[in-house]
Design a binder for this molecule. Structure first.
Ligand SMILES: [Zn+2]
Length: 371
C-alpha cells in the first residue's frame, strides 16, 4: 500500500513526495485537470503520507491514521452521511449554519460543493460561505498528528464574492496547515487564489494503464476493458464508474437520435427520441451531452479519414460509419457549435427538453449538402 498504487501522472507523485521528504510542503496546492484523472485520490494520499505513523514521504495504509483518512476513498458515502446528519431541511439558513464538513481524522477535513439546491432544482452544487469559514477557523489550529490538511474539492465552484474567505484561510494558516484545492476548471477561479497555490495539472492516463486497472476486476472481460478504457478518455475514475451495458444503451439511443435528426422533415420521431433521453434519469444531463460530443468526435474522424483509426465509441463503429456516409465536415462542425450553445444555455437554465428539441430542429434544418 502507498503511492505505488497510484495510476498515471507519476511526475506529480514524485514532486509531492519530494516536498514531504524535504519538509518543504506549501500552504496551498492546486490540482487541476479533467474529471476522473485522480486529482482527489492523490490529494487524499498526500494527506495520508503527511500524517502516516510509519512513513514520512509515503503511507502504509495500515496504521490507524492511514485507515481513518482512507475513508475519503468513498467520498459519496461520506457526503450522504454528512447530509443525513444535517437533517432534511434545506433552507438557506440551515445550509449556512450547518456547513457540510467531511472529517476523516481530527487533522484531515474535506469540503465538497454542497449538493443542496437552494433556489432551483437544476442549480449547480456550490462550495458555500459557511464551509469556507469553518475551514478558515480550523486551519489556524496546530495539528495533533503532523499536518492539518484540508481538501477542497470543486474549488472552482467557490463564488467570487466569497473568494476572500478562502484567500484569508490560505494566507493566515500556519506552516503546519496545507490546503489542497481540486478543480476541473481553474480558469473559473480568481487569479488571487490561483497565484497563492503551487499548481499541478493532471494529464489523462494512457488507455493501456486504464485497461490494466480494469483487468484487476474479475467481472470485466479483457474485450470490455478495452472498450471502457477508450470510453473513459483516460479517466480511471470514469472508467471504474462506467456500467458498460447502460452506457451502450445510452450511446445507441444518442446515435439513433442523431440519425433521426438528420433525416429532417419529420420532427415527431426526433422529439419522442429526445423525450426518451431526457427521461432516463440514471445518467445526468451533462453526461448525455458528453455522449453527443463523443459521437460527433467519432463522426468527424470517420468523415475525415477513410482509414479506420481508434474511435471513442469503438463498439458503435458500424452505426457510426453508416451515419458518416450521409454527413460532411461542415454539418458536424455546425452540430458541434449548436451543442456548445445548448450546453451554455443549460448553465443559464434553459429548459432541458426545450433545449434538446431546439438542437434537433437546428440539426434537421441544417442542410447536409450546404458547405
Ligand atoms: Zn500509515
Amino acid at each position: 500500500m502507498g503511492f505505488d498504487q497510484y495510476l498515471g501522472n507519476q511526475r506529480i507523485v514524485s514532486a509531492i513526495r519530494n516536498m514531504l521528504r524535504n519538509d518543504r510542503v506549501p500552504s496551498a496546492i492546486l490540482f487541476t485537470g479533467p474529471r476522473g484523472t485522480g486529482k482527489f485520490t492523490l490529494a487524499r494520499m498526500f494527506a495520508q503520507a503527511a500524517n502516516c505513523e510509519r512513513s514520512h514521504d509515503d503511507f502504509c495504509g495500515e496504521c490507524d491514521t492511514c485507515q481513518r483518512i482512507a475513508t475519503f476513498a468513498d467520498l459519496d458515502a461520506m457526503v450522504s452521511r454528512g447530509l443525513a446528519e444535517r437533517g432534511e431541511s434545506a433552507d438557506a439558513a440551515t445550509v449556512e449554519r450547518t456547513p457540510l464538513i467531511l472529517q476523516a481524522h481530527q487533522d484531515v477535513w474535506a469540503i465538497v460543493p454542497d449538493p443542496v439546491r437552494l433556489r432551483t432544482p437544476v442549480a449547480r452544487p456550490l462550495i458555500r460561505a459557511g464551509q469556507l469559514r469553518a475551514i478558515q477557523r480550523a486551519g489556524n489550529f496546530m495539528p495533533q498528528a503532523r499536518r492539518r490538511v484540508f481538501l477542497i474539492d470543486g474549488a472552482d465552484t467557490v463564488r467570487w464574492a466569497e473568494a476572500d474567505i478562502l484567500l484569508k484561510a490560505l494566507e493566515e494558516a500556519p506552516p503546519t496547515t496545507t490546503m489542497v484545492l481540486v478543480a476541473t476548471r481553474p480558469d473559473a477561479m480568481p487569479s488571487t487564489i490561483r497565484s497563492r497555490c503551487i499548481s499541478f495539472h493532471f494529464a489523462p492516463v494512457p488507455h493501456a494503464d486504464v485497461e490494466l486497472l480494469l483487468k484487476e476486476r474479475a467481472d470485466i472481460t479483457p474485450k470490455d476493458a478495452k472498450i471502457i478504457a477508450q470510453l473513459s478518455a483516460g479517466s480511471p475514475g470514469i472508467a471504474l464508474a462506467i456500467d458498460l451495458e447502460q452506457s451502450r444503451q445510452l450511446r445507441a439511443n444518442a446515435l439513433a437520435f442523431l440519425s433521426k435528426a438528420i433525416q429532417g422533415q419529420k420532427f415527431a420521431p426526433v422529439f419522442s427520441a429526445s423525450a426518451q433521453m431526457v427521461k432516463n434519469e440514471e445518467t445526468s444531463f451533462e453526461n448525455k451531452l458528453e455522449v453527443f460530443y463523443s459521437l460527433l468526435t467519432d463522426l468527424l474522424a470517420i468523415v475525415l479519414s477513410s482509414k479506420s483509426g481508434p474511435l471513442r465509441n469503438p463498439d458503435l463503429r458500424p452505426g457510426l460509419e453508416e451515419l458518416g456516409k450521409r454527413l460532411n465536415v461542415g454539418w458536424i462542425q455546425r452540430a458541434t457549435a449548436e451543442l456548445d450553445r445548448l450546453e451554455s444555455g443549460l448553465r443559464r437554465n434553459v429548459g432541458r427538453q426545450l433545449g434538446l428539441d431546439a438542437w434537433a430542429v437546428t440539426l434537421a434544418s441544417t442542410n447536409v449538402r450546404e458547405e
